[in-house]
Design a protein around this ligand. Structure first.
Ligand SMILES: NC(=O)c1ccc[n+]([C@@H]2O[C@H](COP(=O)([O-])OP(=O)(O)OC[C@H]3O[C@@H](n4cnc5c(N)ncnc54)[C@H](OP(=O)(O)O)[C@@H]3O)[C@@H](O)[C@H]2O)c1
Length: 221
């Protein structure tokens, strides 16, 4: 893992994805706060207490928590976004927000068609700088990833419109051990969401090892 300045990561959704990324972030020296409404805070606090890899994380009320964010991770079920995000919109304006959600529909099809889920998130958080990332693999790959010296780095594609937010997310991903790959504007998030569906179909239904991640090879013709 590569050293970058410690960030304060605020995680919305202390489930499989949120907890895994939080654990990786803590291991890389970042601070982590789970932003959780009071009705769910007990469950989240219990999870933090019982998970050694989450030692140091705290649980706080969402509007207070996001006010101190360097980076925000949205790791909620897609169906929860319409109610969970608008109350935070004013506090998230101008901030970098990673959207790790996937709108998964029946039969493992994209639940929205077009535009992407990330663009739906952007509509719910006007003024926030949304970066799609951390969505294309299962959570079992998100808790910290290591590569052998000299081996190809595991790839984490990301997409977004704001250059500064993308740079912050790329640095964060690098600190967790990923090779960040800028795949374009936020409109490219639709392709990343389809890539996630491909991964899910291969692994959850097709019997492919869930620790499959992609890597980028470059060659000179
Ligand atoms: N699982 C994966 O492998 C994977 C990989 C990449 C991306 N994703 C995407 O990441 C997102 C999270 O997936 P996950 O597997 O981490 O889900 P999960 O384990 O079910 O966790 C979701 C978290 O969100 C909280 N939550 C649920 N409804 C809420 C609401 N209405 N308001 C506030 N908080 C709410 C839950 O709180 P409680 O604990 O209190 O119920 C839970 O902690 C999804 O959009 C998924 O498509 C998943």
């Amino acid at each position: 893992m590569t050293a970058v300045s410690p960030l304060h990561l605020i995680v919305l959704g202390p489930g499989n994805v949120g907890s895994a990324v939080a654990a990786a972030a803590l291991r890389s020296g970042h601070r982590v706060t789970f932003a959780v409404n009071p009705d769910r805070a007990g469950r989240a606090a219990a999870r933090v207490r019982s998970t050694a890899a989450l030692e140091g994380a705290i649980v706080a009320e969402p509007r207070a928590a996001v006010a101190g964010a360097d980076l925000v991770l949205v790791a909620l079920p897609f169906a929860a976004l319409d109610s969970a995000l608008p109350p935070l919109a004013d506090r998230l304006a101008g901030r970098a927000v990673i959207d790790a959600t996937n709108p998964v529909g029946p039969g493992l099809r994209h639940a929205l068609g077009e535009p992407s889920g990330a663009e739906r998130v952007a509509g719910l958080l006007p003024g926030a700088h949304i970066v799609k990332a951390l969505n294309v693999y299962g959570a079992e790959n998100l808790g910290g990833i290591a590569t052998a010296p000299g081996a190809a780095w595991p790839l984490m594609p990301y997409a977004g419109d704001d250059p500064a937010a993308k740079a912050a997310v790329a640095a964060f991903l690098t600190s967790l051990g990923w090779e960040p790959l800028d795949v374009g504007q936020l409109s490219a998030a639709l392709d990343l969401e389809h890539l996630a569906l491909l991964w899910i179909r291969m692994v959850r239904m097709g019997g492919v090892d869930g620790h499959l991640v992609w890597s980028a090879l470059r060659w000179t013709p």
